[in-house]
Design a protein around this ligand. Structure first.
Ligand SMILES: Nc1nc2c(c(=O)[nH]1)N[C@H]1C(S)=C(S)[C@@H](COP(=O)(O)O)O[C@H]1N2
Ligand SMILES: [Mo]
Length: 383
């Protein structure tokens, strides 16, 4: 037989705990939503014309925050679900139609909230560890379900506001604020206050354990950090040249970069590119997965290449990689014109390694890592 709500007698559960954990959980979800929508639009294939080029670490900061608040949500959500799950077994009085209807409606909204929240955390975590055990696209689904979760959350907050208010106003270890009952049942082994402390510590530990992917001095203690800044030339790599199937082409001495503009079209060997005026830029690679690392890139300004083919600096540039079937990420005008946007030939004083995009790759300030195309073969001015 199914248990009933009153069969769960732990005094550790209570609206005081649920509300306090819920406030933090709601805040983290909201921050994750805002930074997530930003990240989604910053990755538009045709290039986000609204995206500022400064600060250069803009996406690094927003995406680290996104992944870290998401990580904090895992222990918070577990404690919150634990604190309310006896309510799953509450049964409405079916003789009262209205109460039953309200009960069912509330249950449906809670179901949407819980499933979407679990979906977001599970797919997000899997993405951070680069584990894609599903066949649907991560980004569109994570984005769409983010809206479901945020909508369900707004409804939930509105419905629960009176309970939350009264629970936050009463002492954590006091009896239930609404019923005022002295909460019968066995004395808990720890107080609610200590349960909350343990929850904050768990959330903080999860964040510190993951933050090393993006905060260098934390990398030694960050056991969950997948990327730690070790990789060729001090910058991690996401996909190798071998995995991208480009090794043969990048070793080919007849490689020519094609730049296609309104006045002419030029073909440049790596040698030709090296003979052009070289510039340096300290810029981060900041991956959607939450890791990031700064490199000292050197190479040719994209706007100098545009000048070669008679295009104004603020042109929109289509970027093509040697890698077949790779999604395209154009350079919108503000990035093409930026003096820090390079067609990089070197990293950390050495020629670019194969896995970092040899013979040449795009590096632009403030953009998502995924848009920093490696193994570039063609730049085409499209407007
Ligand atoms: N052609 C190509 N460019 C690419 C990728 C890729 O798979 N293929 N990965 C992107 C992603 S997701 C990131 S985060 C950065 C990683 O850059 P790095 O490998 O030089 O660190 O490159 C981007 N450029
Ligand atoms: Mo990435």
């Amino acid at each position: 037989m199914l248990p009933r709500e009153k069969d769960f007698r732990s005094r550790l559960r209570g609206a005081q705990v649920t509300a306090r954990v819920g406030v933090w959980l709601g805040l983290c979800f909201w921050i994750a939503f805002v930074t997530g929508v930003f990240s989604h639009y910053a990755q538009e294939s045709t290039g986000a014309t609204w995206l500022p080029t400064r600060p250069v670490s803009l996406y690094r900061v927003t995406q680290s925050v996104h992944v870290l608040v998401g990580t904090a949500c895992v222990p918070l959500l577990l404690v919150k679900l634990w604190s309310v799950y006896p309510r799953l077994f509450a049964r409405p009085d079916v003789r009262r139609l209205r109460a039953t209807t309200v009960h069912l409606l509330e249950r449906v909204s809670i179901l949407a909230l819980i499933t979407s929240a679990i979906f977001e955390l599970a797919t997000g975590l899997a993405n951070v560890t680069q584990w894609y055990p599903w066949s649907f696209g991560f980004r569109p689904s994570h984005y769409a379900v983010g809206w479901v979760a945020t909508g369900a959350l707004a409804l939930h907050v509105a419905v629960k506001l009176p309970v939350v208010r009264s629970a936050l106003g009463s002492d954590v270890d006091a009896a239930e604020p609404r019923t005022g009952s002295p909460a019968a049942g066995s004395a808990p082994a720890i107080s609610r206050r200590n349960l909350l402390r343990a929850t904050w510590i768990a959330a903080g530990t999860a964040v510190v354990a993951a933050a090393g992917s993006t905060v260098p001095w934390l990398s030694r203690v960050s056991v969950f950090a997948v990327r730690t800044g070790d990789g060729p030339q001090g910058v991690p790599i996401n996909g190798t040249a071998a995995a991208a199937g480009v090794r043969k082409q990048i070793d080919d001495p007849s490689f020519r970069l094609v730049v296609d503009g309104p006045a002419r079209r030029v073909e440049l060997s790596r040698r030709d590119l090296e003979r052009m005026r070289q510039h340096e830029a300290d810029l981060p690679i900041a991956c959607v997965e939450g890791w990031s690392a700064v490199g000292r890139w050197s190479g040719v300004r994209v706007r100098d290449l545009l000048a070669l083919v008679g295009a104004p600096p603020d042109s929109r540039v289509k970027v093509r990689s040697l890698q077949r079937g790779r999604r395209r990420f154009d350079l919108p005008p503000q990035f093409a014109a930026d003096p820090l946007t390079l067609l990089a030939l070197g990293l950390d004083g050495e020629p670019l390694s194969e896995d970092h995009g040899y013979p040449c790759r795009i590096i632009a300030p403030g953009r998502p890592g995924v848009t920093q195309t490696k193994w570039v073969k063609r730049l085409e001015v499209v407007g």
